[in-house]
Design a protein around this ligand. Structure first.
Ligand code: NAI
Length: 348
C-alpha cells in the first residue's frame, strides 16, 4: 500500500465508510509540500475496492504533479466514492462525504470530478469549508470543465505550431474521444478555430449533435484512437494509451483532458519512439484546477483566470524545449521530473 511501483508513497490515505448512508470513500493525500492537497472527488462504479484504491492513489499523485506545474500553492490529493450497488440517497451520501473531508481538517480540499456535480459540492459544503467548484454569490466559479477545455485547446494550438509546424488550426484534423463536459467545449473551440473533427462517444446522441453542429465525422469507439488525423485528444477515460493502442496511433500529437492517459511510462516511451508528441495530461488539463483554486482563494475573476489558464501554452513550449535539451528524454519523463522538482513549498 505504501506507494505504487515507481511512485513515492502518499502522505495519508483515509478509508471512510458510513453504514447509515452506504458511503464508502477513499481520500488520498499524496503531497502537502506545496500546501493543502487539492483535487476533485470521483463518483464511480469500481470492480472491487482495490481498483478504487489504485484509482485514488494514481489520481492523487497526478494532482500533485498538476498543481506543481501550474504553480499553484497546493499539494495533490483526490477522493473517490464507490457508487453503491442498489438504491441510495444522494444528498445523504454527499453529506457523509463532507464529514469525511472535514475530518482531515483541511489537509485535503475537494471539488467536482467525473460523476460529481456542483449540486453535490453544495451538499458537501454543509459539513466542511474545504470544498470548491461552487459559484460564489452567483458570480465566478462553479463547473471547471470550460476552463479545462480552454487549457487543452491552447495546448493543442501550441503543439500544432511547435511540433507539426502548422501556422494555425485551420484544416488540422483532430480526433476527439469523449464529448462530455470537457470534450464538448473543446469541440466548440476547435471548430471555431477551423479544425476538422473526428469524434466518438458511447452516447450516440452526443455524436449526432457534434455531426450536426460541427460537421464532425463520427467513428466507432474502437476506431477513434487509430483515426487518420493530425491530433488525438483523449477526453474520456484513463489508460487509453497502452500496449494495444499505442502501435495503432496515427496522430503525431496527443493532447487531451483525460487523467492518467498513459497506462505506463513505457507507453510514453513507445509513443516517443514512433515520433508521436504526447503532451502530458496533467500539464494540459490544469485549467479546471486553476479555476477552482482561484475560486477557493476568493481570487475568482473571469479574465484573470483565463489569462492564467492560457499560460499553459507557455509551459507546453517550455516542455518541448526541455525535451529537446535533454538526452533522449520523452515528454512524459521530462514533465514528471520537472513537476517533481517543484514539489516543495513555493516562496511567498
Ligand atoms: P464527462 O463524464 O462529462 O465526459 C466523458 C465523456 O466520455 C462522456 O460523454 C462519455 O459518454 C464518454 N465516454 C465514456 N467512455 C467512452 C469510450 N469508451 N469512448 C468514447 N467516449 C466515452 O467527463 P469530463 O468532465 O468531460 O472529463 C473527461 C476527462 O477529463 C476525465 O478523464 C476527467 O477525469 C478529465 N478531467 C476533467 C476535468 C474537468 O474540468 N471536468 C479536469 C481535468 C481532467
Amino acid at each position: 500500500l505504501f506507494g505504487l511501483p515507481d511512485q513515492p508513497a502518499h502522505e495519508r490515505v483515509l478509508l471512510a465508510s458510513d453504514e447509515a448512508t452506504g458511503l464508502k470513500t477513499i481520500l488520498a493525500v499524496h503531497s502537502t509540500a506545496r500546501g493543502p492537497a487539492f483535487g476533485g472527488c470521483r463518483f464511480w462504479t469500481y470492480g472491487d475496492d482495490q481498483a478504487a484504491l489504485t484509482d485514488a492513489l494514481r489520481l492523487a499523485q497526478g494532482m500533485s504533479l498538476k498543481n506543481a506545474l501550474a504553480d499553484l500553492p497546493f499539494g495533490g490529493g483526490k477522493a473517490v466514492i464507490l457508487k453503491p450497488a442498489g438504491d441510495f440517497d444522494r444528498a445523504a451520501l454527499f453529506t457523509a462525504f463532507g464529514r469525511a473531508v472535514q475530518s482531515l481538517n483541511g489537509a485535503y480540499i475537494t471539488a467536482e470530478d467525473v460523476g460529481t456535480t456542483t449540486a453535490d459540492m453544495r451538499v458537501v459544503q454543509q459539513n466542511t469549508p474545504f470544498v470548491s467548484g461552487i459559484p460564489r454569490d452567483g458570480a465566478f466559479g462553479g463547473d471547471p470543465s470550460p476552463k479545462t477545455a480552454w487549457g487543452v485547446f491552447v495546448s493543442i494550438e501550441a503543439g500544432v505550431k511547435l511540433h507539426l509546424k502548422r501556422e494555425s488550426l485551420a484544416g488540422v484534423r483532430v480526433a476527439l474521444q469523449g464529448l462530455g463536459a470537457v470534450g464538448w467545449h473543446l469541440a466548440e473551440f476547435l471548430h471555431m478555430a477551423g479544425a476538422k473533427l473526428v469524434v466518438a462517444d458511447v452516447d450516440a446522441a452526443k455524436v449526432a449533435r457534434a455531426q450536426e453542429k460541427f460537421g464532425a465525422v463520427a467513428v466507432g469507439i474502437h476506431e477513434i484512437l487509430s483515426a487518420d488525423v493530425d491530433v488525438l485528444a483523449p477526453c474520456a477515460l484513463g489508460a487509453v494509451l497502452n500496449a494495444q493502442t499505442v502501435p495503432q496511433v496515427r496522430a503525431r500529437l496527443i493532447a487531451g483532458a483525460a487523467n492518467n492517459q498513459l497506462a505506463t511510462v513505457q507507453d510514453g516511451d513507445a509513443l516517443h519512439a514512433r515520433g508521436v508528441m504526447y503532451l502530458p495530461d496533467y500539464l494540459v488539463n490544469a485549467g479546471g484546477i486553476i479555476s477552482v483554486a482561484r475560486e477557493y482563494r476568493n481570487e475568482g475573476e473571469e479574465t484573470a483566470v483565463m489569462v492564467e489558464v492560457t499560460k499553459i501554452a507557455e509551459r507546453v513550449a517550455e516542455l518541448l524545449e526541455r525535451v529537446a535539451l535533454s538526452t533522449g528524454g520523452t515528454p512524459a519523463r521530462v514533465a514528471d521530473a520537472w513537476a517533481r522538482s517543484k514539489l516543495v513549498r513555493p516562496a511567498v
